[in-house]
Every structure is written in structure tokens, then in C-alpha cells.
Design a protein around this ligand. Structure first.
Ligand code: NAP
Length: 401
């Protein structure tokens, strides 16, 4: 809104929404804009700003608090993927309404969720002040099926909870200003967080306590908010091993090649060593991966021209096969020929190019969705004390439908 408001048409103000949109970011004078709109006779104020990070939701939630305390009807929204929390939690925090497109392609603003998803995935009409809030912290997060898994579980278990994607650039700032009960600027019923790339290591500095296993792995993928403390866990290791043990029965003495040297590889090495497997790391940048190999006392080789014929198990812990790399594979059929089993940690898409190459090479295959659901079930138990009664295999089927 630019300049002064002009009221010369004498409309029925009880039916008028007076609005301000900023498609670039959060204006510095947001409070003044609110005050100008609040001085109008319109029944409802609408303010929509562009969120470029989850932190941009804070002023919107604060505006909702202010409008409520001043008895003003307001719709306050942070647009964009980083602002989804304001669209889902807004009505429970006093927003007059939230917008939902009929279909994704009819969305009228960035980050708008379609009406079906608002109701069936996020259960927006049942969220209230007591709703337990959980979410996924990462960059990017919108590709994730974790909201589907956890929101289904909340619904199945009849728990008043919601799980949201949190697009976070700076984990330290997010934890300080929105998560830690002793420093946060937002009063919300936050109970748990899943942590994904690139934050699994940086969040460790933000926590009050970390379980010994996660410390040894060197990565946290689960946070529990317990009273005024933040507790860190790693459920990736167990999530990775359980489906593997179901398929291969034992990993004792198994020769394993892990491709990639990031957070997932760390959990994989730790978990496989515990099972007495014989692990070798393959990385595109051997010098960068060497310290990780040394930390766990395993050997490290270059990924270029690698041959996996002498390995029982090959694990992909790189993003090759998903997102921008969807058509890529870290190994070819020829490289895989002779290996017994190929385990791709990627879960979206379910069938990756690596798995297709592996099948052509005559290998057994295992996709990443089983791991995702298994580690999610452990997270859910940490947050709620309950198991998925829905069953893991049903959850896996549902996640792909
Ligand atoms: P990360 O910490 O970012 O590590 C990625 C690793 O892949 C790094 O070592 C990176 O090498 C390597 N890499 C990236 N691009 C590559 C390329 N073009 N060629 C060769 N290597 C490449 O990620 P992460 O958390 O470990 O996750 C890795 C994958 O596992 C992701 O696809 C993720 O979705 C999946 N994952 C699945 C589950 C599950 O539950 N199924 C859980 C965790 C992770 P540099 O160090 O040289 O960059």
C-alpha cells in the first residue's frame, strides 16, 4: 500500500478487507503498515509478505498476537515455501482465514497450499493452541514425504499434532529465535524436529544434551523439546540398518561400499561397523572424505572408475538420482555387476536410476523409503511415546500413493 487511504466510495465496511502485499520480503515498517490499515474502517486487515526463510514467519506470528490483543480481525500470511507455517498455524493463532487453492495450478500466491492438502494433510481445521507442533528442518524441504508420514501417524493415533516443513537457511538463528524455550521469541507448542541436510551437524551446537550414539555418529537428525531443554538423537542409523537386516539377515563380515561422505554416510558407517561389516568409503573428493574414513578407521577410495564387483553391498549416500540429479546414478550396471545387493538411500523417486542399473546387473535392491519410514517411526516414538500402530509397511505403501 502506497500513500494515504482514500475512502470516498462509502462501501459496507463490515464486508471489506483492506490489504497490503509485499512480494519481496518483510518490510521494515511492518508494524506501521499494520497501524495504518488498522486505522481504516475495514472489518478485516490482510497483510501478506514474502518469507525467504522460516525466521520471516516470526513478525507475522507477532502481528497476529498484536491484532488479537487489540481486538482486530486480521489475515497475516508469509508467502513462499518458507512461510507455510503461517498458512497452517495462522487460523489457530487468530488469523481470520487462510487461503487454499482448489488445485495446485490455481494457486494465487507463492506457497499457497491447496485446500484438500490443508484439510487432509495438515488438518488445519482441527489445529488449536494445544496442538503439538513438529516439523522438518532443512534446505530444501518441500520434496520430503515426512509431513505425509507424521501427519498420517498423528491422525491414526488420534494425537492432536501437526508436522510442518520448515525451510531453514541458518539453523543457529532458527534454534535461538524460534526453537529453544529459553531464548525463542514465539510462544508455540513445539515438541519435535526432524533435521535433514545441510543441518545435521550444525544443530548439535544448539542442543542441551545429545545421546552418546548421535555424538559418536557426529550427526543429529531428531530433536525433542523437553521442558526448557533441547535433546538430540540420531534415528538414521537404526532406520538404515533395520530394513537391511530384514533383507540380508546378517551383516557380519559383509563387504560394504558406501558412496558419499555426508551425514547419511556417517550414520551408515557407524551402524554398519556395529554390525561388524567391513566398510569402504567411495567419494568424489577423496581428500575431503579422508578425515571421515580415518575417524571411523575405514579405507577411502575415489569414486571415479570404482568397481563394486567384490562388494556384497553397495549403498548410495549421495543425492545422485533425486531432485536436480534425478537422471544420474553414482554407478553403472557394469560397475555393479558382481555385487549382491544395492541399497539406494534416496526415497523420492522410489525407483532410481541406480536401482534400475542394479537390477540389470542382477543385484538385489532396496530403496530408501523403508529407511525413511523406519527412522520416522523412531522419531515419532521419541516425540509422542507411541508407535505407529498403522504399521510400517502400510505407511510405506501410503507414502508412495
Ligand atoms: P549430505 O550431507 O549433503 O552429503 C551428500 C554427499 O554426497 C557428500 O559426500 C557429497 O560430496 C556427495 N555428493 C553430492 N553430489 C555428488 C555428486 N554429483 N557425485 C558424487 N558425490 C556427490 O547429504 P546426506 O544427508 O548425507 O544425504 C545423502 C542422500 O541420502 C540424500 O539423497 C538424502 O535424501 C538421502 N537420505 C535418505 C534418508 C532416508 O531416510 N532414506 C536419510 C538420510 C539421507 P561432497 O562432500 O564432495 O559435496
Amino acid at each position: 500500500m502506497e500513500g494515504d487511504l482514500v475512502y470516498d466510495l462509502a462501501p459496507d465496511w463490515s464486508r471489506v478487507i483492506v490489504s497490503h502485499h509485499d512480494f519481496n520480503g518483510v518490510p521494515k515498517d511492518l508494524e506501521q503498515i499494520y497501524e495504518r490499515l488498522a486505522n481504516s474502517p475495514a472489518a478485516v486487515i490482510k497483510i501478506a509478505v514474502q518469507a525467504n526463510d522460516i525466521i520471516d514467519c516470526l513478525p507475522i506470528f507477532q502481528l497476529l498476537d498484536r491484532a488479537r490483543s487489540e481486538g482486530r480481525e486480521i489475515i497475516a500470511i508469509a508467502m513462499g515455501n518458507a512461510g507455510i507455517a503461517t498458512r497452517v498455524l495462522g487460523p489457530s493463532r487468530g488469523s481470520f482465514l487462510t487461503y487454499g487453492a482448489l488445485e495446485d495450478e490455481n494457486a494465487t500466491a507463492p506457497g499457497q497450499i491447496n485446500a484438500r492438502k490443508l484439510r487432509s494433510l495438515y488438518h488445519v481445521d482441527t489445529i488449536d493452541q494445544d496442538t503439538m507442533i513438529c516439523g522438518l528442518v532443512g534446505l530444501p524441504v518441500m520434496h520430503s514425504v515426512s509431513p505425509h508420514i507424521h501427519n498420517t501417524a498423528f491422525s491414526e493415533e488420534r494425537i492432536n499434532g501437526v508436522y510442518l516443513p520448515f525451510e531453514v537457511h541458518d539453523a543457529s538463528e532458527f534454534f535461538k529465535r524460534m526453537v529453544h524455550p529459553r531464548t525463542r521469541e514465539l510462544n508455540w507448542n513445539l515438541r519435535g524436529l526432524s533435521i535433514t541436510a545441510p543441518h545435521k551437524q550444525t544443530v548439535m551446537e544448539c542442543l542441551d544434551w545429545i545421546e552418546p550414539e548421535a555424538k559418536e555418529i557426529g550427526a543429529v537428525n531428531t530433536v525433542v523439546v523437553e521442558n526448557d531443554r533441547l535433546l538430540g538423537y540420531n534415528t538414521d542409523a537404526a532406520g538404515l540398518i533395520d530394513p537391511l537386516l530384514k533383507q540380508l539377515k546378517t551383516l557380519h563380515g559383509t563387504r560394504v561400499a558406501i558412496i558419499g561422505a555426508g551425514g547419511a554416510a556417517r550414520a551408515a558407517i557407524w551402524a554398519l561397523k556395529r554390525q561388524h561389516a567391513n566398510v569402504t568409503l567411495f567419494a568424489r573428493n577423496q581428500a575431503k572424505a579422508q578425515p571421515l574414513a580415518e575417524l571411523f578407521g575405514i579405507s577411502c577410495k575415489s569414486l571415479s572408475d570404482a568397481a563394486f564387483a567384490t562388494y556384497d553391498l553397495v549403498i548410495n549416500a549421495t543425492p545422485l538420482g533425486s531432485g536436480a540429479h534425478i537422471d544420474q546414478s553414482p554407478a553403472t550396471r557394469d560397475q555393479l555387476t558382481g555385487a549382491r545387493c544395492v541399497y539406494d538411500l534416496i526415497y523420492n523417486p522410489r525407483d532410481t536410476r541406480l536401482l534400475r542399473e542394479a537390477r540389470e546387473a542382477g543385484c538385489e535392491t532396496l530403496g530408501g523409503l523403508e529407511m525413511l519410514v523406519t527412522q520416522a517411526a523412531l522419531q515419532f516414538e521419541l516425540w509422542t511415546g507411541k508407535r505407529f500402530s498403522h504399521g510400517l509397511s502400510q505407511m510405506i505403501t501410503d507414502s508412495t500413493s
